[in-house]
Design a binder for this molecule. Structure first.
Ligand code: MOS
Length: 767
């Protein structure tokens, strides 16, 4: 899987050659400070209109009948009784002419909009639009449907075993075995003083964003408008146009606010097409939002992986070879976001001899979707525990072992150099901030409460951003400023740092800047917010747009003042002579600005440096306390040291680090989709009570972010790299390493919870 495939969809326009970019900031006054979100009031007061808040006049509510079995064939589908239920306006099934469309899952595979051969629990069978949500759900229950239940397979390892039930007609194997190698792995192991091998696994994780998936669809003649909870409006416009057979210009997707996606909303969903079809059929707007149960079945997941990792190291800490084998599944269809499980093994540490193989199966469960750093937390769970075990085997500090194997080139990409590699600083500065040296000397304790510390590091395959992106900044005749960009703010604070950049360039208050974003009808082109690329993609374009306004303001003021533009500068809403602040003009007094009415600056995202790789790096440190009687683990504190380049807003930067750690705690310790593999194949923990996400009780109050900024001016014009994904990659492995430090017990299967730990600790006591 290439790193473009999961966040750029559809035709991508060329970016015009950028003009001269402003040179890197030397000092900044606004950028890098701690600034609350510019839309904080709207968000916390409830005034912000999220897609799920939208209510249109004359609106109907849609609902979807979903297959309740893991694998089944629809034998009878009778909607007659449902049609006469109160409030029902329309019913759609696979026999309706307008539903003869294909939903593209990925890798060239598609399925009908409504399915008879159901491959997973949650597959779409029929849909209803009614006057109220309750009437829509009552009507669903009135649809008479019979299923022939077929044998299912719920687990990727079982699916590839001989004699496994068929997940689908064509067999369970998805694609060929994917392999990668460099160097001579056998020679590498022969040269090692210590060779270790272990099996690791991670279960399927579900995104569970706060705002459910869903959309409101409205037609005006042959023009469709969609309000959907999304990470990218243009990617979704492209897919909707393609599925529905409409010109791009006839599809408007709007999403100024959204309540979380983590990759599951990079693009539109099948249910949105269903909403559009119901709206067309009824000639009324239709709102179709999923329930939390549907969310867990059918909106994506992080694939579980079974991994075998073998590693060799010499006594002086040189890694001599890695061998990795992974088995995983994208679910019943190739939904995206599967793969990259071996990326950390391939690319993070200097190692000449590496061989990786990956197999993928189809299983009878919901299709995967990109999930915050696809494949990376899974691979990191294996690699970073292995690094810890290797360090212990050669009696070396685990931070030192990592420092001994740093690289400045991307080995898995033909040894292309990184524009910057801050992993050393992440390890060194992170260890300092954590108090690693002292903490590792502290005894674990002798009673039943044991303490331990752990470290894990990572890179992220993307996070450099790139074209295309267009941004427009306008200054009106009174000096007020408007920013227009296509990017969605997926909760990370995109609008806030964008306003801060404009404020930096134009010396206007960030809070006063009005922002239009994420609307295909009114804002500029942007790729989805994901891949930790929103900052490095959009921030140079924002900066350039503001800079173009600045240049024009200065030129207009110079003309009026009768001076050369070079002697002028900006500050406090004025243009003035650098060496004589009294000679100047308030923006609103610049005649040229008033004459024009508005000054417009356009910024484009230019190309990345050729032959170089822009990636972020990180190291995280944690301390845990383990109750060896019960197996309970308390995460006491975390330090995340991150080379994500320049910090644009220190407050939302910290938010990302803490949020990523919280999500990593969920991935490592609490979250697991459980299917009833031996009997029904259905998801058994299908609620937020039983599918356990970490709460405030599970996340330490003591968390700190250590930003590492090497001033990467090669990366782009703001020297910022991505942050949102690296913050969650090494978290779980750091906890497992701390657990080992506390107890001497290695836990190689997530979730690292008392169900496992109590038994493992008891077994150790008895051994
Ligand atoms: Mo991310 S998985 O590219 O939202």
């Amino acid at each position: 899987m290439s790193n473009e495939t999961y966040y750029i969809e559809g035709p991508v326009p060329e970016t015009p050659e950028p003009g001269e970019y402003p040179s890197p900031w030397k000092t900044t006054e606004v950028v890098g400070t701690r600034r609350p979100r510019v839309d904080a009031y709207e968000r916390v007061s409830g005034a912000a209109r999220y897609p799920s808040d939208i209510v249109l006049p004359d609106m109907l509510y849609g609902a979807i009948l979903r297959c309740p079995h893991a694998h089944a064939r629809v034998t009878t589908l009778d909607v007659e009784a449902a049609r006469s239920m109160p409030g029902v306006a329309a019913i759609l099934t696979d026999t309706d002419a307008e539903a003869q469309l294909k939903w593209p899952w990925g890798q060239g595979e598609s399925s009908p909009i409504f399915v008879r051969e159901c491959l997973f629990e949650g597959e779409t069978v029929a849909a209803v639009a009614a006057e109220t949500p309750h009437q829509a759900h009552d009507a669903l229950r009135a649809i008479r449907v019979e299923y022939e239940v077929l044998p299912h397979v719920s687990d990727h390892d079982a699916a590839l075993a001989d004699g496994a039930p068929k997940a689908r007609e064509t067999g369970n194997r998805q694609g060929e075995v994917e392999s990668y190698s460099r160097g001579d792995v056998e020679a590498g192991f022969a040269a090692a003083d210590v060779v270790l091998e272990a099996e690791y696994s991670t279960p399927y994780e579900i995104h569970n964003p706060m705002e459910l998936h869903g959309a409101v669809a409205r037609w005006d003649g042959n023009r469709l408008t969609i309000w959907e909870s999304l990470q990218g409006v243009y990617s979704s416009q492209a897919r909707l146009a393609s599925v529905l057979g409409l010109p791009l210009a006839n599809v408007t997707v709007s999403n100024p606010y959204m309540g979380g996606g983590f990759g599951s909303k990079l693009n539109t969903s099948k249910h949105t097409v269903i909403a559009a079809l119901l709206a067309k059929k009824t000639a009324r707007p239709v709102k179709l939002f999923l329930s939390r149960e549907e969310e867990q079945l059918a909106t994506g997941n992080r694939p579980g992986v079974t991994m075998r990792l073998k590693a060799g190291v010499t006594n002086d800490g040189t890694l001599t070879a890695f061998e990795f084998h992974g088995v995983s599944s994208a679910g019943a269809y190739p939904g995206g976001g599967a793969g990259l499980n071996d990326w950390q093994v391939r690319d993070l540490y200097a190692c000449d001899n590496v061989r990786c193989t990956n197999e993928s199966a189809f299983i009878n469960a919901g299709p995967s979707r990109p999930f915050r750093a696809p494949g990376h937390p899974q691979g990191s769970w294996a690699l970073e525990q292995m690094m810890d075990a290797l360090a212990r085997a050669i009696d070396m500090d685990p931070v030192e072992l990592r420092l001994a194997n740093l690289t400045t080139v991307s080995q898995a990409r033909g040894n292309q150099p990184y524009t910057s590699t801050g992993l050393r600083e992440c390890l060194v500065e992170g260890a300092k901030a954590f108090g690693w040296a002292e903490a590792t000397k502290k005894p674990a304790g002798s009673g039943h409460l044991r303490r331990g510390v752990g470290v894990a590091a990572c890179s992220w395959i993307a996070g450099g951003g790139g074209p295309p992106s267009t941004v427009i900044v306008k200054m009106f005749s009174d000096g007020s400023v408007n920013l227009n960009m296509g990017a969605s703010d997926i909760g990370t604070g995109t609008k806030t740092w964008a306003a801060m950049i404009v404020a930096e360039e134009l010396d206007v208050p960030a809070d006063g800047i009005q922002i239009e974003n994420a609307d295909t009808a009114t804002t500029q082109y942007a790729t989805p917010s994901g891949g930790s690329k929103t900052v490095p993609t959009e921030s140079p374009a924002v900066r350039e747009a503001a800079y173009r306004v600045r240049q024009q303001l200065v030129a207009l003021a110079a003309e009026q003042l009768g001076v050369e533009p070079e002697v002028l500068t900006l500050g406090d809403g004025r243009v003035f002579k650098e060496d004589d602040a009294d000679t100047g003009l308030a923006f609103r007094d610049i005649e040229g600005l008033r004459r024009r009415g508005v000054v417009v600056g356009v910024g484009y995202r230019g190309a990345n440096p050729e032959g170089k790789v822009v990636n972020p790096f990180a190291a995280q440190f944690c301390e845990v306390e383990v109750n060896t009687r019960t197996g309970e683990i308390r995460v006491l504190r975390f330090v995340g040291a991150h080379d994500s380049g320049r910090v644009l807003n220190r407050l939302t930067y910290d938010n990302q680090v803490f949020g990523g750690i919280a999500m990593g705690i969920g991935f490592g310790m609490t979250e697991e989709r459980i299917l009833d593999a031996n009997q029904t194949g259905k998801m058994v923990n299908i609620s937020l009570h039983d599918y356990q996400m970490p709460t405030a009780m599970d996340v330490p109050a003591d968390m700190a972010a250590v930003p590492i900024d090497l001033g990467d001016s090669e990366a782009n014009a703001t020297s910022a790299k991505g942050l949102g994904e690296p913050v969650t990659i090494p978290t779980a492995a750091a906890i497992a390493n701390a657990f080992f430090d506390a107890t001497g017990v290695r836990v190689t299967h997530t979730p690292l919870n008392p169900v496992q730990t109590a038994a493992l600790l008891a077994a150790k006591r008895e051994a």
